[in-house]
Design a protein around this ligand. Structure first.
Ligand code: PMP
Length: 420
């Protein structure tokens, strides 16, 4: 087996967000919910590429389709050209995802990443409304470019821009203060009062469950109320479903059960299903006023991503996948409730929805210790929240019951070791 010198990563990576520091080994192989390092040590993956691998690693159907496509000399790169594979994906996405949900949207390819779809959404909302401000929420995360960062509610990350991030207003997210306080009453008061200094914005952007911000799940009633406010004030509603979408919270779109239809939806991460970069911006047809060339990019036509993204849609042809996720989500949630009750030293609180869950620990540094102890025992798990106070369970949606239980055993051992 190869043995890579870890120093190579120290020399080449920045300090900002090096996964080699959080997960100090060299990975070489992965399948389903498992990863292996160079020394052959096996890990259970409760991280799923930060939500980019919702179907697990190297899904057999996606792999087969991709290999066949490559062997047939299919187009790789095509910028904005029409290709057979792009047409197949668009047709399948419409037939399998949009139509059955009674969603009428145009699909735009804004560039390869989540940040690109957010940028396109912010630009389009300004172009449609002729207004400049955007309302976003505390602890929201939308990406690292200047535009996406300007709507990200994290002061440490915002500092990285090096300039003031303007034309955005951060409002308190649901439950930011307490369950009782209706944060949207405040928001509407700001809009209603010309003296508040808050201009009517072009858009409100939100995550239905905040991923990086600490697995904060907004209540469905809250989301519905945001939609109502948007309608009443002629503001566009942008839902950033980059992390919470593609089944992560139990349904394909995270907002389905809230009964809302955002004006713009941002998708990326698991949309290609295979970890190949792909992003989509869904736009209500009446707002698709882009002129040709107004938002383009070299890498927005990755046909390998279209091949795997099309294959990934096979999971959504009937409701058996959703039923599986729902059943296992209950088990994940009850396991975490048991852990929190059994280890009061955690001072823990279970958060989240579906397969997007975590435990927030009121004890400084404890969530990080749990993740570290879990890694040493062969389980990969990230922390989230402004102070890394949440350990975050993100297993692939395709995981077996046995894989889940195996992961739970490691987490319990990790918690036991971290609190003692
Ligand atoms: N929006 C959300 C909700 C995200 O979680 C992320 C990534 N963590 C992004 C946008 C940015 O996506 P990317 O890193 O692919 O640019």
């Amino acid at each position: 087996t190869q043995k890579t010198d870890m120093n190579i990563f120290e020399q080449m990576e920045s300090e900002v967000r090096s996964y080699c520091r959080s997960f100090p080994t060299v990975f070489t192989k992965a399948k389903g919910h498992k990863m292996w390092d160079e020394e052959g040590k096996e890990y259970i993956d409760f991280f799923s590429g930060a939500g980019a691998l919702n179907y697990g690693h190297n899904d057999p159907l996606m792999k087969e389709k991709l290999v066949d496509y490559i062997m047939s000399d299919g187009i790789t790169h095509s910028l904005d050209m029409g290709t057979t594979q792009k047409a197949i994906f668009l047709q399948e996405f419409n037939d399998t995802i949009l139509k059955p949900r009674d969603m009428n949207y145009k699909v735009m390819f804004p560039g390869p990443t989540g940040t690109n779809t957010v940028e396109s959404a912010l630009k389009l909302a300004r172009k449609v409304t002729g207004r400049t401000d955007i309302i976003s929420f505390t602890n929201g995360f939308h990406g690292m470019t200047i535009g996406a960062l300007s709507v990200t509610g994290n002061s440490f990350k915002r500092k990285g821009a090096g300039i003031p991030l303007t034309n955005t207003v951060t409002m308190p997210y649901d439950n930011f203060v307490s369950e009782e306080l209706d944060t949207l009453e405040y928001l509407e008061r700001f809009l209603d009062d010309g003296g508040s200094g808050v201009a009517i914005p072009a858009a409100i952007i939100l995550e239905t469950v905040q991923g990086e911000g600490g697995i904060n799940a907004a209540r469905f009633e809250w989301l519905k109320k945001v939609e109502d406010i948007c309608k009443r004030w002629d503001i566009l509603l942008i839902v950033d479903d980059v992390q919470a979408g593609i089944g992560r919270t139990g349904t394909f779109f995270s907002f389905e059960k809230a009964g809302i239809k955002p004006d713009i939806v941002c998708l990326s991460k698991s949309i290609s299903g295979y970890g190949i970069p792909l992003a989509l911006t869904l736009i209500k047809p009446e707002y698709d006023i882009w002129e040709p060339g107004e938002h383009n990019g070299t890498f927005r036509g990755n046909n390998h991503a279209f091949v795997t993204a099309t294959a990934a849609l096979s999971y959504w042809k009937d409701d058996s996948f959703e039923k599986k996720i729902a059943k296992q989500s209950e088990r994940i949630y009850s396991f975490l409730e048991e852990i929190v009750a059994k280890y009061p030293q955690l001072e823990g609180q279970v958060r989240g929805r579906g397969f997007m869950v975590g435990v927030c620990s009121a004890k400084e540094g404890l969530a990080e210790s749990v993740a570290k102890e879990a890694f040493a025992r062969g389980l990969i798990m990230e922390t989230a929240g402004p102070n890394d106070e949440v350990f975050k369970l993100f297993p692939p949606l395709t995981i077996t019951d046995e894989g889940l239980e195996q992961g739970f055993r490691i987490i319990e051992e990790a918690v036991e070791s971290a609190v003692n």
